[in-house]
Design a protein around this ligand. Structure first.
Ligand SMILES: [Zn+2]
Length: 456
């Protein structure tokens, strides 16, 4: 079967505390050996990856693949193609499809489609509540039996604290983590952007930070009460980071994730590029080109919203000190016609699979806030540990899921290069630093940047 020897790369495998120049031999879909000067058995193809980073295949635990039911936006084939381009060998899909993933049949359907059409591994989350309506628990045991890796009502948030408590108790019983989109509806109402200076200046309704922090605090209390593992999704507010930092010190089973848009952009971006670059964007993209966009551009509308520079700084600090252990995209495809409306009416969300590695390198590693191994851990061993996935390592015998990238390579992200069906991304035209060269899933090359990576 497919064999491949990657020679001379910087192998970074946080699960095994490895960071050194080495060869990696992949054989029969598994990692066969990692070491210096490995000799290739006869007939094995070789890739010279000197000067490049060889990492365990990256995992994105927050992706909307939109199948079933919303395939005008994305489907399993296109979503996993975007993942492969972005360096991701595993994605975890969210249950707010149509119908939602609140029953074993839908889990089976996605498993079948992923097996036939998926370019990368697809792991599935189930809903907390039936129809993601927040009223009645979904059959959590049946969903677990069908193969889900966590429960979440992502896109929505269970408001009834007792229902959430019961969900936590069931999830714990079945060994499932609970992931939560933290949003208090009574505080957020119909807010469309961060409540601060810019929403007032722009005349848009505000989505206050407290609307997130309130639910993060609730989740900390419920994790303590039930002992369930609760994971707070796409953190955006400084107060959320402070709450989780304090709770983790006390040993509470709480964790969090952050998305590149929240630690790169701010709410000033909604006022247009000029305001953003002259205000909060000053330190970004030193010397590089500065793309422009108008005020009220709906590609800067997401949930939770872009927040202030102070919040952005707090997210970066939380990532640097280990409070936030996981990086992900919240890849949320929407059709052009849906986004090409007034800001109030546009759906929340942007695509992110193809830009998240570069943006994370730029904001965390190139700025020296985080070492390269620490950043890679947040894309590999940490999400694997949270979801009990047998992934995220280059240990001998592990699945041959590997990502090869050049952290220094500068490139411009262009709309026509995106493999996603939807093009709702705010970073088109941006010069990004850090490029994926090869994505290998179970020993199969699912994406190779031919110009950069030559077989030898
Ligand atoms: Zn969400």
């Amino acid at each position: 079967m497919n064999s491949l020897l990657l020679t001379g790369g910087r192998v970074v495998d946080p699960a095994n505390h490895l960071d050194s120049v080495a060869d990696v031999l992949l054989r029969d879909g598994k990692v066969a050996a990692v070491g210096k000067n490995l000799s290739a058995p006869a007939g094995v193809e070789k890739f010279d990856v000197r000067g490049k980073v060889v990492s365990p295949g990256l995992i994105d635990l927050h992706v909307h693949l939109r199948e079933p039911g919303q395939t005008a936006k994305e489907n399993i084939a296109t979503g996993t193609a975007a993942a492969a381009r972005g360096g991701f060998t595993s994605v975890v899909c969210m249950p707010n499809t149509s119908p939602s993933i609140d029953n074993a049949g839908t889990v089976a359907l996605i498993q079948e489609r992923a097996k036939n059409e998926g370019l990368v591994n697809v792991f599935i989350t189930g809903a907390i509540s039936k129809g993601i309506a927040g009223e009645e628990l979904a059959p959590i045991g049946g969903l677990k039996k069908a193969g889900i890796v966590a429960i979440t009502d992502d896109g929505h948030c269970v408001q009834n604290n007792d229902l959430m408590r019961r969900a936590c108790e069931y999830a714990k019983m079945f060994g499932l983590p609970v992931m939560d989109h933290c949003q208090d509806y009574s505080l957020v109402t119909d807010g469309v952007m961060h409540e601060g200076y810019w929403n007032v200046a722009l005349g848009l309704r505000g989505w206050p930070s407290a609307g997130e922090e309130m639910i993060v605090a609730r989740n900390i209390l419920l994790a303590e009460l039930t002992g369930a593992k609760i994971h707070c999704q796409h953190l955006s507010a400084a107060g959320s980071v402070a709450l989780i930092r304090e709770a983790k010190k006390r040993g509470v089973s709480i964790s969090g994730e952050a998305c590149p848009h929240h630690f790169t952009l701010t709410d000033a971006a909604v006022a247009g590029s000029e305001k953003f670059w002259s205000d909060d964007g000053k330190q970004l993209l030193r010397g590089a080109n500065r793309p422009s966009w108008p005020a009220y551009d709906t590609h800067f509308k997401m949930n939770p919203p872009l927040r202030s520079a102070r919040d952005r700084e707090a997210i970066l600090e939380g990532l640097a000190d280990g409070t936030i252990e996981i990086l992900c995209s919240d890849h949320a495809p929407h059709c052009d016609y849906e986004k090409e409306v007034e800001f109030d009416y546009a759906p929340f969300g942007i695509t992110g699979l193809e830009t998240e590695l570069a943006l994370s390198l730029m904001q965390l590693v190139h700025t020296k806030r985080l070492s390269l191994p620490d950043m890679i851990a947040k894309f590999t061993v940490n999400p694997a540990r949270l979801l009990n996935l047998n992934k995220g390592t280059l240990g001998v015998g592990a699945d041959a899921d590997v990502t090869v990238f050049d952290p220094e390579h500068e490139w411009v992200f262009e709309r026509e290069h995106s493999a996603s069906k939807s093009k709702n991304n705010p970073f088109f035209g941006w010069t990004l630093k850090g490029k994926v060269l090869a994505t290998i899933v179970g020993g199969r090359r699912v994406f190779v940047e031919q110009a950069e990576l030559a077989a030898v």
